[in-house]
Design a binder for this molecule. Sequence first.
Ligand SMILES: NC(=O)c1ccc[n+]([C@@H]2O[C@H](COP(=O)([O-])OP(=O)(O)OC[C@H]3O[C@@H](n4cnc5c(N)ncnc54)[C@H](OP(=O)(O)O)[C@@H]3O)[C@@H](O)[C@H]2O)c1
Length: 334
Amino acid sequence: MTQTNRQIVLKARPKGSVGPEHFESREVPLSPIGEGEALVRTLYLSIDPTIRGWMERDTYLPAIEIGAPIRSAGAGVVVESKSDDLKPGDRVFTLLGWQEYSVQKAGPQIMTIPDGVALEDALSVFGLTGLTAYFGLLDVGQPREGETVVVSGAAGATGSVVGQIAKLKGCHVVGIAGSEAKCAWLRSVGFDEVINYKTEDVAARLRETCPKKIDVYFDNVGGPILDAALMRLGRGGRVVLCGGISQYDVPDEKKYGPRAYLNLIAVRGRMQGFLVMDYASRYMQAIMELAGWVAEGKIQHRTDVVEGLERAPEALMKLFSGANEGKVLVRVSE
Ligand SMILES: NC(=O)c1ccc[n+]([C@@H]2O[C@H](COP(=O)([O-])OP(=O)(O)OC[C@H]3O[C@@H](n4cnc5c(N)ncnc54)[C@H](OP(=O)(O)O)[C@@H]3O)[C@@H](O)[C@H]2O)c1
């Protein structure tokens, strides 16, 4: 049996941009498992922007402790078990942490990945980002046929699924992304209009591309792009606050808060945050519907796989530079 466990742990809390100085690699002895426990070998890690928040402070989960493995969802395989519900060979999805092995118990927090589902799909379009897109758009945004839906971070794991579901619902869909290559891909998967926020005037382009104003704005980025969308919101418009990645690595005193929120009064609009984990009891229903759309070729998705546990910090940083094309995963073992 393996005697050691390689981990990437939190060395220091980031205040601004996250960098290699916030992480440390170490090897620790692997303790034997107890009754009801299973040893899980990590296969893939899901790299999510929220990890940056967990490293800095208490959020909807307590901050990661200094010296503890970086908290992270992922997919693994049971290699040894003293649990009746987790069998050797089972592939599971849960919080594994940035480490080669973890000890897990059966319960609602751990899901078995059915045979035949590719792990990269299980962690992307059927994983947290696909589910975030599904519930954030359909439950919080509530788009109706013929309405205009705008999504920022549009070429990312969450945003790209949001836009494609909105197309399936008969909406006029506008995506905002940070490169020509990303904009070209969005056009190829059916977005009606795209805006490159790095080279174009977002407010001016929203006026051009949303002639009937915006009914649903799905926000992944916050900052000035949120303001531009608020200013173009139509009557009864809904702003879905999914994330604000442009502000995650900005020190508190420099964070850009919304300046145009008063427009919500004029348009009788609403702005609502949500967390995907609150929809856990409905995950399976959503996965079934997403699986149908993927099988019919109506939803395209991309994964950006970084090889090796040691490169997990680099993978996290890609989300903030925009270097990723699709859902960022780290392959830890075969
Ligand atoms: N509420 C929830 O339950 C929930 C769950 C999952 C994710 N989220 C949120 O959803 C958002 C997307 O997450 P994801 O995992 O799908 O990541 P992702 O969109 O695949 O990757 C992050 C993207 O953000 C963009 N970005 C980075 N810095 C930016 C900036 N300063 N301004 C504008 N765009 C910037 C980059 O794209 P460009 O090249 O286009 O800049 C980058 O590719 C995040 O805000 C995340 O926190 C929320």
